[in-house]
Design a protein around this ligand. Structure first.
Ligand SMILES: *Cc1c(COP(=O)(O)O)cnc(C)c1O
Length: 430
């Protein structure tokens, strides 16, 4: 059975998945990583008939001893009940559309699965949890949607005021049972810092706090599944495949690395960052590990992260040398993002959101620089309809209408403003 230890524990004391999931962050402030990764045969993903079925086969190998198969099946068929199509742009370039879930970003995969896994364990224990989540846009709505209405779970959302799009904000603040939203007067890093501080504050120690950020192992495991499902959908099973991953906190990329570790034949991951440059700098040897920087605001705001939390996981699991071998990184600025959105539309008739465009620009650079002919799958992380202003700016048109978004404007909202201080958050929690 797979067990987990904290990235900061030299003794590597092991805990079960249940404990890692319900705690989120380890007590020493580290992140939980698996002690080993189950090795899977290609037939595990190549013969699956749906993403949910693939999920049962794969996660069964990780969790089978903690979540009995009939429960795992119910959880995954309910959580992963939306399409995840692979769209061919050319013979060797594909886009994996991860935005067909209820809140229209890839965060739905992790959040919906994690919510149901948590509910399973909490229900068995007869316990409650308060999910404290910092979001730069898409996490909060996916978590709010995934967890809303679960009797044992309350959600507290923190997002940086004025730094998410109008549509993203509306998705965050609509009323949902058991969900409270706060607009923090600060950056995403402030929100993330508040969450980290709350977890170690003695005054809050008696509260059953838990996290649902990409620091939670329960979100990472489901994010490995769609990499396998993408390869399953390729017209011919390739020798090797590359993935371009629009990245911020590096949770999506970490999911991919787990998939590669399970046996998926990946040659290269392309870590596509916006102006937030830490990870590409690290990969190129221009930055030391953990030499983070303040967040820079960009058009692809769900990737505006100066200090990617999952770097600690990747670094502890792989080390510098292996990371630099497996991952190629680059930074794409806003002008290049808009230009790539335009080119993608002109060349392929494909409307990409700014995050997706950062990935498409990065893979184009990678190919030009390396001449690597390996087929490439670029992850499409959010629906373009979430970013009407960027679409208008780049393409001069309105994004395709999306019924799930249109309906948002009819629903009542709730939100409170919060100064970026722990005391202010504590006053609300206590
Ligand atoms: C969260 C998000 C990202 C970044 O993913 P990480 O796991 O934080 O690297 C990219 N694009 C979109 C649309 C997102 O919501």
């Amino acid at each position: 059975m797979v067990a987990y230890y904290s990235t900061r524990d030299p003794a590597k004391k092991l805990v079960r998945f249940e404990e890692a999931l319900l705690q989120g962050l380890a007590p020493d402030g580290g992140l939980y990583v698996p002690d080993h990764v189950p090795q899977l045969k290609p037939s595990t993903w190549l013969e699956a008939r749906s993403l949910a079925e693939l999920g049962v086969r794969v996660l069964g190998a990780w969790l089978g001893e903690e979540v009995p198969l009939p429960h795992l099946e119910a959880i995954l068929h309910e959580a992963l009940n939306f399409p995840c199509p692979l769209v061919g742009l050319s013979e060797d370039l594909f886009v994996l559309e991860l935005f067909h879930g209820p809140t229209l970003s890839f965060k739905d995969f992790g959040a919906r699965t994690m919510a149901r896994l948590m509910q399973y364990f909490l229900g068995r224990r007869g316990q409650r949890r308060i999910i404290l989540v910092a979001t730069s846009g898409d996490t909060g709505s996916a978590v709010a949607d995934g967890f809303a209405g679960q009797e044992n779970i309350e959600v507290v959302l923190l997002y940086p005021k004025g730094k998410v799009s109008e549509v993203q904000e509306r998705q965050l603040i609509i009323q949902r049972p058991g969900v409270r939203s706060f607009a923090v007067e600060g950056s995403f890093d402030d929100c993330q810092r508040l969450v980290k501080q709350a977890f170690t504050d003695p005054d809050l120690a008696h509260l059953p706090l838990s996290s649902a950020n990409s620091i939670n192992i329960g979100r990472l495991l489901p994010q490995a599944l769609y990499y396998l499902w993408a390869v399953r959908q390729l017209p011919t099973p390739p020798q090797k495949v590359n993935f371009a991953v629009p990245s911020g906190n590096l949770g999506n990329l970490t999911g991919g690395v787990l998939a590669a570790w399970m046996g998926l034949p990946v040659r290269r991951f392309i870590a596509a960052h916006n102006a937030n440059h830490f990870f590409p700098d690290f990969l190129a040897g221009r930055a030391e590990p953990y030499q983070f920087h303040p967040t820079i605001a960009t058009l692809s705001n769900a990737m505006d992260v100066g200090a990617p939390s999952n770097f600690e996981r990747l670094y502890v699991l792989l080390g510098s040398q292996e990371l630099r071998r497996l991952v190629w990184g680059t930074c794409v600025d806003d002008a290049e993002t808009l230009a790539r959105m335009r080119q993608t539309y002109q060349r392929y008739g494909y409307v990409a959101c700014p995050h997706t465009a950062v990935g498409l620009e990065a893979q184009a650079r990678y190919r030009q620089e390396t001449r690597d002919p390996t087929p490439l799958i670029s992850l499409a992380c959010a629906h373009p309809a979430k970013f009407p202003q960027a679409i208008a700016q780049a393409l001069g048109l309105k994004p395709p209408k999306e019924a799930a978004l249109e309906a948002l404007w009819q629903r009542p909202t709730q939100v409170q403003t919060l100064p970026p201080h722990l005391e202010a958050l504590k006053a609300h929690l206590l």
